[in-house]
Design a protein around this ligand. Structure first.
Ligand code: PEP
Ligand code: MN
Length: 337
């Protein structure tokens, strides 16, 4: 951290700042310029609150040098993280293709779609058993029964399962079934939940909050990493803007930005990003081209009758077309599907 003193700062004020830095166990680097004094705080500044210095007499402003996240930063692991789930790996040359319905609705629905997405090229099966719905009057998911059905579909198809956990007291239960624990956009800053999944050793798919910055997403990942769970994937699923035609606005910039700032794999969600199935394939193409390490796509055998997110769900044959196109684009950018 750098502390810039006012031109009018007195020697006493400068000494007050440097002795506080010293007290906190940091080293001081003083630079006395022609007009003002600049004080460097040497050491890992992340636990420090800049406001502590900003309130001091004679201080003009402070400037952070390090990003506030550490374990999530690209510097921590410059080569990039590869997460292994069963036979699949996420973050390597091959893209992860996660597909399935928004919600597990019944045994027959899920088994049918699981076989269909596998046939089309999916490498993971997604499906929510605990659903974060905007209305308490709509379908809330099958709960434990949904987890049982997911486990049966994994058994039948061999596809590892991605499913959401919504509450800290359900982490242990969902972790018994899930191969990847999904943290939904609405829970990205649920810190007790992040800490709870940080205690497990189950890989986590952390979705970006709809009103969260890239830095806030990385700080949430940091919570999980700080708990000792290093298998975290970040997911861009669209953010809220003034635009109302689409459900959310795909922040395509976030994909290369996250890859630049962090070593964690990045998954694109073209379904929640758009909210409209005709837009899903074009946006999925853009996500692969932008460097995503995988996609998570909602696929339903009968979108008209889906209990959640039917409007953004692809039919299996359209998902097959998406995989085909994603493969060609992946090859063009040095990756594989
Ligand atoms: C979902 O994946 O079905 C979901 C609820 O996503 P999000 O948390 O991104 O809205
Ligand atoms: Mn959904």
């Amino acid at each position: 951290m750098i502390i810039v003193m006012r031109a009018s700062a007195s020697v006493k004020e400068i000494e007050h700042v440097t002795s506080r830095i010293d007290e906190l166990g940091f080293q001081v680097h003083l630079s006395q310029g022609a007009e003002r004094t600049i004080i460097g705080v040497i050491g890992d500044e992340r636990p420090l609150d800049r406001a502590m210095f900003e309130v001091m007499e004679g201080v003009e402003r402070t400037v952070s040098i390090l990003p506030p996240y550490k374990l999530a930063s690209r510097e921590w692991r410059p080569e990039g993280s590869v997460i292994t789930v069963g036979n699949a790996s996420i973050g390597g040359p091959r893209l992860a293709m996660m597909a399935g319905p928004c919600s597990v609705e019944s045994r027959s629905q899920l088994l049918e779609i699981a076989y269909a997405v596998k046939e089309a090229g999916a490498t993971f099966l997604r499906g929510g058993a605990f659903k974060p719905r905007s209305s308490p009057y709509t379908f809330q998911g099958l709960g434990v029964e949904g987890l049982e059905i997911l486990a049966e579909a994994r058994e039948a198809t061999g596809l590892p399962i991605v499913t959401e956990v919504m509450a800290p007291d359900k982490v242990e239960l969902v972790a018994e079934y899930a191969d990847v624990l999904q943290i939904g956009a609405r829970n990205m800053q649920n810190y007790p939940l992040l800490q709870a999944v940080g205690k497990t050793r189950v890989p986590v798919l952390l979705k970006r909050g709809m009103m969260s910055t890239i830095e806030e997403l990385l700080m949430s990942a940091e919570y999980i990493l700080a708990g000792g769970n290093y298998d975290v994937m970040l997911c861009e699923r669209g953010i809220r803007t003034f635009e109302t035609y689409t459900r959310n606005t795909t922040d395509i910039n976030a994909i290369p930005a996250l890859k630049h700032l962090s070593h964690l794999p990045v998954i694109g969600d073209p379904s929640h990003s758009t909210g409209k199935w005709p837009l899903v394939i074009p946006v999925a193409r853009a996500m692969v081209a932008a460097g995503a390490d995988g996609l998570i796509v909602e696929v339903h055998g009968d979108p008209e009758h889906a209990l959640s997110d039917g409007a953004q769900s692809l039919k299996p044959e359209r998902f097959a077309a998406l995989v085909h196109e994603a493969r060609r684009i992946a090859e063009a950018v040095g990756r594989m599907v």
